[in-house]
Design a protein around this ligand. Structure first.
Ligand code: HEC
Ligand SMILES: [Cu+2]
Length: 313
């Protein structure tokens, strides 16, 4: 019965944010610890419930001496349980800190209100900037340096790594490794204001030399400067957004915008109409961000900008 209940409640656990569907050695260790704790807790629950029910029995053979409760229930029992738990948990904690290796890929993650910026600091052509999607090679050690210049965020990709706070004025370092190529969902795990829940990101782990190709592409992909929307973009948007991956951008980088699954972390981006909808309605879709309302931009100019952004390689 208990087993049935367990199966029923955990059957839905293979979701994109599930800690019970690990895709790395460190998250596998966390999942194991979780199962051990669940098993232990279930065993204790059964034991305590049985003792409780036994206490209702009318003709018990003898009274349980008080000392049993004090020394047994109060000291011996927790000592055994906590010692056992620690024996399991300590090695898990150790396993989370992946050892340093020579072959390490270094990236920076910057928490913003309310989106993530990423910098590939050791790209051959100089730092490559990106937003929302963090590309990495699968199977290799990645060291993420976490910083913020606003409030505290927390970087968490539940299937691949434990979470680590992103603290203003301080850099934290998190080592991670995705065992298999794939797209892994990430979230902010520390309340950071109004849109804390609206700053999802993706960890995209490439097979083979896909990561090197991504970096090379970023260098090669100069924006179509002849597009009629280019000057409009410069006039209205480039004060905050860049489309050149080789330069930093104070607001989300808009290079490869077409690859985004969501706009602003809130609106599904499937077709051009969605981008138009976001640019006209973002104050309703995600109120109170640091993005200005674009009401002063006439439709034809906005269309040119949209064409330019979607034309960018
Ligand atoms: C004053 C700075 C500023 C200007 C100017 C500005 N934006 Fe933004 N924009 C932002 C900020 C900040 C965000 C992130 C909002 C958030 O999600 O919290 C953003 C988000 C976006 C996004 C969503 C990006 C993503 O990662 O989902 C798009 C697309 C965008 N802006 C396009 C434009 C266009 C096109 C223009 C010019 C018409 C423009 N922006 C002008 C600040 C600006
Ligand atoms: Cu946050």
């Amino acid at each position: 019965m208990g087993l049935l209940l367990l199966v029923a409640t955990t059957a839905g656990c293979a979701t994109p944010l599930s800690t019970l569907d690990p895709a790395s050695s460190s998250t596998a260790a966390i999942a194991t610890l979780w199962w051990v704790m669940l098993g232990g807790a279930a065993a204790i629950l059964i034991g305590v419930t049985a003792a409780f029910l036994y206490s209702f029995k009318k003709h018990r053979r003898r009274e349980v001496p008080e000392g049993y409760f004090l020394w047994g229930g109060g000291l011996a029992f927790p000592a055994v349980v906590l010692t056992a738990l620690m024996a399991v948990a300590l090695p898990v904690g150790q396993a989370l800190l992946l050892p340093d290796e020579d072959d390490v890929v270094r990236v920076e993650a910057i928490g913003n209100q309310w989106w993530w910026a990423f910098v590939h600091t050791d790209a051959p052509q100089g730092p490559v900037h990106a937003a929302v999607d963090l590309h990495i090679p699968a199977g290799r050690l990645v060291e993420v340096t976490l910083t913020s210049d606003n409030v505290i965020h927390s970087f968490w990709v539940p299937r691949v790594t434990w979470k680590l706070d992103v603290v203003p004025g301080h850099s934290n370092r998190l080592r991670l490794r995705a065992d298999e190529p794939g797209v892994y969902e990430g979230v902010c795990a520390e309340f950071c204001g109004l849109h804390h829940a609206h700053m999802p990101f993706r960890l995209i782990a490439h097979a083979g030399d896909g990561y090197e190709a991504y970096l090379a592409d970023a260098a090669a992909a100069a924006v179509d400067a002849d597009h009629p929307g280019a000057t409009d973009f410069v006039a209205e948007c480039s004060g905050c957004h860049s489309v050149d991956p080789l330069e930093p951008s104070p607001a989300p980088h808009l290079h490869r915008l077409r690859d985004r699954r969501l706009l602003g972390g809130v609106l599904a981006y499937e077709e051009t109409a969605d981008l138009r909808h976001w640019l006209r309605e973002h104050e309703n879709l995600k109120p109170g961000t640091f993005k200005p309302i674009h009401d002063h931009i006439p439709d034809d100019q906005l269309e040119r900008i949209i064409g330019y952004l979607e034309s960018a390689p």
